[in-house]
Design a protein around this ligand. Sequence first.
Ligand code: KG4
Ligand code: ZN
Length: 362
Amino acid sequence: MMQGAVTVLGIETSCDETAAAVVRLENGRAEVLSEHVASQTEEHALYGGVVPEIAARAHVERLDSLVRMAMDDAGVGWSGLSGVAATAGPGLIGGVMAGLSTAKAISLARGLPLIAVNHLEGHALSPRLGDAVPFPYLLLLVSGGHCQFVWVEDVGRYQRLGSTIDDAAGEAFDKTAKLLGLPGQGGPAVEREALSGHASEVDLPRPLLDRPGLDMSFSGLKTAVRRAAEERPLTAQRRADISASFQNAVSDILAKKSARAMELVADRSEHHTFVVAGGVAANSALRARLEAEARRTGFHFFAPPLRWCTDNGAMIALAGAERLRLGLIDGLDTPARARWPLDEASATAAPIYGGGKKGAKA
Ligand code: KG4
Ligand code: ZN
């Protein structure tokens, strides 16, 4: 256990964002000293999805300058760091290797401890970057590659309570955007379109909503969106209506399952805290629904600011700092992992049957 302040450089390269940040952790409070993110949206736009080889190369090209900028802005110097952290999985393996190797090189050259961070742990702890969110809490982790309810007991202690059995919610946003021919990143594009649409205009299913338990499903919703998109000419209004109806269906599913999850954990702790994290948590309509649900159930609600919802280096630096403080460091032989469940015990006992995922934002 490390006493006093811990300052960590964090590197994130699991999908199509290259990011580096320096975070200082003291008495349980995090301070982001610097952060930089470079997105690869343009590189992949032509292909309608993230191309792993292009992503890996782009990470390699940008890592040096991003790390330098993060270090310059933090102003603590290499000697001011307590450790260096990088995402070691899950994600697109080439990208993960690029970031992890960079962290290993820094660790070796500067004599700093290495912390290999699970990307999902980064998201799970991200609400603590801005607010003093106490452990334990209920987490809805909703991103491009993942959609799950997790009981966050403490740093390194996670229990998966339920998850999607097929697509992640962010994936459904991305596919909807593609079906509607919307440019740019899927989630934000659908959210923008939805502003001028009617949410009750297109009848879409809410799979598994009436089933007990916390598992979710989004692939039927995607099929229904495809049908709606093909059924009639895609006018601007039709696009907006489908976007609004889709966003509403996803929000319904996540809100209802969240309410059930809160009921399930209500007697586990007196804190009654519900947090949402991950890229889809950037969606304002969804945040409002979840917040209302939390209020109704008597839970405190936290969601990170938008820049810490989508992939970023600060959450990796924070996870690294929290782990380092507990003495959890890793060897230079730590491998990059394409798959890496946050709760290994539940994942082994009841694997998610969707399968076939190639990593984050598959
Ligand atoms: O956390 P993240 O950056 O990467 C993963 O770890 O997967 O999440 C990216 C996902 C993408 O699917 C993206 O479309 C979605 O988050 N997303 C959104 C919004 N912003 C990003 N989905 C809905 N509404 C948004 N505003
Ligand atoms: Zn992510």
